[in-house]
Design a protein around this ligand. Structure first.
Ligand code: OSB
Ligand code: MG
Length: 395
């Protein structure tokens, strides 16, 4: 793609005549760092702080929309990192948008489709453009996306803990807070015993496990079959992302539904997974699938196939969290998501008010324009480590 970027501010011009749709002025990238209240441990590592890449898209009249890149610092959840995402956005996403002449948020993903993979980079910008478009229309993002409910159901994801006793304490606290589904992380050597312990204390809660790709069919099929005895809602991503075939073989041996997370990056992946019976539930993460248009298409397809979906989490700051809330209002999201209160993660979130959860384990979806939360620019500016602003010119 041959595009020139005008790095100087483009001249403001009015929007006389017919509505030309979105007119981008610039895209601003900022990195901040937020310490987690407590380290979050999964089978692939421990996260103690979140380096967050915030995308802000400005139009020619100064309106703006926000997105968050959900890539982690290291390429262990998937191949992306926040540094690769920064590069991909700055070198490819922005120039391609500049030359594509995008007029609406729904066309962004298609214009960026030549970019292979790097969904979290693409999704960060795509979601920001949806927020901008909703704001320009004076509509809440969830309504703009076509959401059908203004209350969503929430679960929590609890990381691996030093001891089973500490895990039980954490589960106790989250159940008491009202969360509707508890998910615990597992990995080889910390699996059946943990599930057994939690199930014994809490015979009636809705419980699931997430392995983040830590097992293999050859080695671990027996252990995974043992999990069938604990009435789990699902086993999330037991095998590697690319192992759809082995997930299908495993699903054939289990009563418990498998749920895929890392394996699903597109509607095509979702179709392959369901046609293979590699899972019976799908976790949708906005970054992992490249943004709202892709997420919406996947949930629509799954809903049509009677397969439940739910909103996954990536330890997001308030901006990503707000996008997750909006997405969760779509019809196919019938299971509680990993969308929980800001206070579980951060001393101080970067949105006002922070995300709060009712004692019934629900979130009341805000109705103000766009993502529906005020972004605390002062707080962001106080935390910012790195900035780049790229002007789009006239394409
Ligand atoms: O697999 O769902 C996952 C966090 C980081 C990376 C991957 C995952 C997770 C979580 C936490 O489970 C979800 C959250 O509370 O944001
Ligand atoms: Mg997961």
């Amino acid at each position: 793609m041959n595009v020139a970027i005008n790095r100087k501010p483009a001249a403001k011009h009015g929007t006389a005549g017919s509505d030309p749709g979105l007119q981008f002025e610039s895209i601003q990238l900022r990195e901040i760092e937020l310490p987690l209240k407590a380290p979050f441990e999964t089978s692939f590592g421990i996260t103690s702080r979140r380096r967050v890449l915030i995308v802000r898209v400005f139009d020619k009249d100064g309106a703006s929309g926000y997105g968050e890149c959900t890539a982690m610092e290291e390429p262990f959840f998937n191949h992306e990192t926040i540094d690769t995402a920064w590069t991909i956005i700055s070198k490819y996403v922005v120039p391609m948008l500049a030359s594509a002449g995008i007029s609406d948020a729904g066309s962004v993903a298609r214009a960026l489709a030549p970019i292979q993979g790097n969904c979290m980079a693409v999704g960060a910008v795509e979601t920001a453009i949806w927020d901008l478009e909703a704001k320009l229309l004076g509509k809440s993002l969830w309504q703009h996306l076509g959401g059908t409910k203004n209350v969503i159901s929430c679960g929590v994801s609890i990381g691996l803990q030093k001891t089973p006793e500490i895990l039980l304490e954490k589960v106790t606290r989250e159940v008491a807070s009202g969360y509707q589904r508890i998910k615990i992380k597992i990995k080889p050597g910390q699996d059946v015993e943990l599930v057994k312990a939690v199930r014994k204390e809490f015979p009636d809660i809705t419980l699931s496990v997430d392995a983040n790709s830590a097992y293999s069919l050859d080695r671990d099929a027996e252990m995974l079959q043992e999990l069938d005895d604990y009435d789990l809602l699902m086993i999330e991503q037991p095998l590697s992302a690319g192992d759809l075939l082995d997930h299908a073989k495993l699903q054939g041996r289990l009563k418990t539904a498998l749920c895929l997370d890392e394996s699903i990056t597109s509607l095509r992946d979702a179709r392959h997974a369901l046609e293979l019976d590699a899972c019976r539930i799908i976790n949708i993460k906005l970054g992992r699938v490249g943004g709202h248009a892709s997420a919406r298409a996947i949930q629509e397809y799954a809903h049509h196939k009677n397969v439940p979906v739910w909103c996954g989490g990536m330890l997001e700051s308030g901006i990503g969290r707000a996008h997750n809330i909006a997405m969760s209002t779509l019809e196919g999201f019938t299971l509680p998501g990993d969308v929980s209160a800001s206070a579980r993660y951060w001393e101080k979130d970067i949105i006002d008010p922070p995300v709060t959860v009712t004692p019934q384990g629900t979130i009341n979806v805000p109705s103000s324009p766009g993502i529906g939360f005020e972004v605390n620019e002062k707080e962001i500016e106080a935390l910012v480590k790195r900035t780049e602003e790229i002007f789009l010119g006239d394409g």
